[in-house]
Design a protein around this ligand. Sequence first.
Ligand code: HEC
Length: 136
Amino acid sequence: MKYLFMFSMLATTILSAAPYTKADRIHDMQEMAQAMNTIQSGFFYNNYDTVSGGVEHLLTAMKNVQPPLEEVEEKDFMARYMNNKIRMTNKVVKKINQKTLTILQRYKDGDSAQAIQAYTKILGQCMKCHRETRNW
Ligand code: HEC
């Protein structure tokens, strides 16, 4: 009985984990683009709250970004390795997260040049992923 209960809990968890669709990704991408705009306008208007709001927004959107489901479910180790999308996604996401925090720190310290450099590096990471994944 106990096992049956646990099994049904498990099944519910698995079934309710909706797949990450192309539409989901496009939505997250649009959120991220908006967040980047907010950060940029925070720089232009020299407003810490705007910068930090944009950073929060970007971090939240980044959390959702995932590689395509086909790859997560790919059983063949070599195929996964060759595609490399999971690893690449995780790496790029981690880098963007780090640079986002750098923006806040530097900007808080009054070093806007460094904050902008971190912003540019994030842009570079967005484009890096796009170069390799536009046809996902
Ligand atoms: C993990 C890889 C990856 C990263 C990182 C990434 N993107 Fe994307 N992005 C994609 C893919 C894949 C598409 C194409 C979506 C599709 O058509 O399925 C896309 C599409 C987009 C689009 C077009 C969405 C639309 O309406 O069609 C925008 C805008 C965008 N990305 C912004 C960004 C911004 C801004 C960043 C950085 C903060 C970023 N992306 C980082 C993979 C990535």
